[in-house]
Design a protein. Structure first.
Length: 210
């Protein structure tokens, strides 16, 4: 059974813009919620940083802030929530090192999922994460340079091939040049006839269906 004091504070919370708005004010009223054990603010599109005042809820056993738009670091004071047995901070934009000590290292790594810039136990070590990011950027840069290099090589080869084809055509003997162009004309005529015949067949088939 909640005390009148807790009920009064909850009433103020519920009549305000949102529960999260009051949490972010770091007001003294938050510290009066000494009997609050469960806090679920998931899937509310809340934004901003997790306030330091969250650590004043020392009796908190369950905290779910998942699927919001929270950013910044996890407050160091959260490591003092010794009774916290359930935590979910996944699907946010949190960053930095997870505070050491307390309960925060004992949770399954999945509670921090989809916070790509978070590091520290139980996730990847921050030093390794930095090294990996730098290595990935270097590899990406090498890949981009390789693509540009091959592009220029391809353009150069195409230019050289086309250039020598033109020069070769010019310097060929007249009879060979004439024979070459006649062959090209024959191929063109053959393709044109095939296209016309195919078009007529399609029109004939279409008219029969209609």
């Amino acid at each position: 059974m909640a005390s009148p004091e807790i009920s009064l504070v909850l009433e103020k919370w519920l009549t305000s813009w949102s529960l999260w708005t009051l949490v972010k004010t770091d007001s003294q009223e938050l510290t009066k919620l000494y009997g609050l054990y469960f806090l679920n603010l998931s899937r509310n599109h809340f934004n901003g940083k997790i306030p330091e005042s969250i650590s004043d809820l020392q009796q908190l056993e369950s905290l779910d802030l998942s699927e919001n738009d929270l950013f910044g670091t996890i407050p160091s004071g959260m490591s003092t929530l010794n009774f916290l047995s359930y935590l979910n901070l996944s699907h946010n934009n949190l960053s930095g090192k997870i505070p050491s000590g307390g309960q925060l290292q004992t949770f399954n790594p999945s509670v921090y999922n989809w916070n790509h810039d978070l590091c520290g136990s139980p996730l990847q070590d921050c030093a390794n994460k930095t090294h990996y990011s730098q290595g990935a950027n270097e590899e990406e840069g090498k890949g981009d340079w390789s693509e540009v290099l091959w592009l220029y090589i391809g353009l150069a080869m195409g230019f050289i091939t086309g250039f020598w084809m033109i020069i070769g055509t010019i310097i060929m003997k007249k009879t060979i040049r004439i024979a070459c162009f006649r062959s090209i004309d024959k191929v063109y005529d053959w393709l044109y006839v095939k296209m016309v015949m195919c078009s007529r067949r399609l029109k004939s088939t279409s008219s029969r269906k209609n």
